[in-house]
Design a protein around this ligand. Structure first.
Ligand SMILES: C[S@@+](CC[C@H](N)C(=O)[O-])C[C@H]1O[C@@H](n2cnc3c(N)ncnc32)[C@H](O)[C@@H]1O
Length: 313
């Protein structure tokens, strides 16, 4: 009896705490509460990941979101209900809208009470994205055509539309793995990760890839690789401190080992993958120690990819 009373006190207490908690702690609205019309679902299961990655934007004024490929709006409605909740938040939705998808999308926006927050653009993303303003979007989700050449172009345009500090999300990273590269998104996403590696932070690699746009610490960038607190300048073969460009001396052997290490990144990868011979070099160890390198950070993709929130690579 006493135990039952105690238990009911605990329940009341938990309910009270939940009623006080800010909505951002429990940001996911159950879209089934409203009378939406959806015939497919490519989004369910991703909500916890999106809520975590986009947490900083929830309920904030003026958040500007671009979704490339919206279909009936399942992911778009989730964004409107869970992230773009401030009256001044805005979405731009680009889609070719086959058959009656545009009407369904707009009806769903009306059901959400968010029609006014969304600019709808009907057309091919490869033609429409180039008309949008540069450095204007906080979050961009690329989920239109999944053919490599289209993803490639969508990424290139989107990059310049994204603000510094903004988040870029790609869907279906490893879609159609048994098909040739030209028919799937992976090669374009990995080409992007490889080419823009100095201007991104990888947030997540799973069914989706998520990156943040950051400032490249190399100026000029053509001759330079940033690593930890340093910049390596390839033409002059000098290692300098990022903070004041002061030179760090390297012996001939150290320089050779260091360059080998910098070249050990695989295509599409963020982490370094030095071969066993380099790993076993005492001089290499000592150099890394002298430079105060965080090797566990450099040798692993320290992102949310093992995070198991609804997806696996
Ligand atoms: C997978 S669906 C988007 C799903 C949506 N993001 C969601 O999670 O609910 C892909 C959409 O991209 C659109 N699409 C395909 N190729 C396109 C292109 N080249 N330009 C614009 N939209 C395109 C399709 O019409 C379709 O609506």
């Amino acid at each position: 009896m006493v135990k039952a009373v105690r238990f009911s006190y605990i329940l009341v207490f938990v309910a009270f705490i939940c009623s006080l908690a800010p909505s951002s702690l429990f940001p996911q609205t159950d879209t089934s509460q409203k009378d939406y019309h959806f015939t497919t679902d490519w989004f369910s299961g991703l909500e916890p990941l999106w809520a975590e990655v986009l947490h900083e934007y929830i309920g904030k004024p003026d958040v500007n979101y671009l979704e490339v490929g919206v279909y009936e709006g399942r992911s778009a409605i989730w964004m409107l209900e869970n992230v773009l909740t401030h009256a001044t938040a805005h979405m731009t939705a680009v889609d070719i809208f086959p058959d009656e998808r545009e009407e369904i999308f707009i009806k769903n926006l009306e059901t959400a009470g968010a029609r006014d927050k969304v600019t709808v653009i009907k057309g091919f993303s490869q033609e429409e994205l180039r008309k949008l303003p540069f450095n204007a979007y906080d979050i961009i989700y690329i989920d239109a055509s999944h053919v490599a050449k289209d993803v490639f172009v969508d990424i290139a345009y989107s990059w310049y539309l994204l603000k510094e500090g903004g988040v870029l999300i790609f869907d279906d990273y490893l879609l159609n793995k048994s098909e040739p590269f030209a028919l799937r998104p992976q090669i374009s996403i990995e080409a992007f990760l490889t080419a823009f590696i100095h201007s991104i932070e990888l947030i997540h690699r799973g069914r989706q890839v998520m990156v943040r746009k950051v400032q490249n610490p190399c100026h000029p960038e053509h001759d330079c690789t940033p690593i930890e607190e340093y910049l390596y300048l390839w033409n002059s073969k000098r290692l300098v401190q990022k903070k004041d460009l002061s030179e760090v001396s390297l012996s001939k052997t150290e320089r050779r080992l260091f360059e080998k290490f910098l070249n050990s990144r695989q295509f599409g990868r963020i982490k370094y993958t030095p071969d066993q011979e380099l790993i076993n070099e005492t001089e290499f160890h000592m150099l890394c120690h002298r430079l105060n390198f965080n090797m566990s950070r450099l040798l692993t993709e320290n992102v949310l990819d093992l995070w198991q929130k609804g997806e696996e690579v």
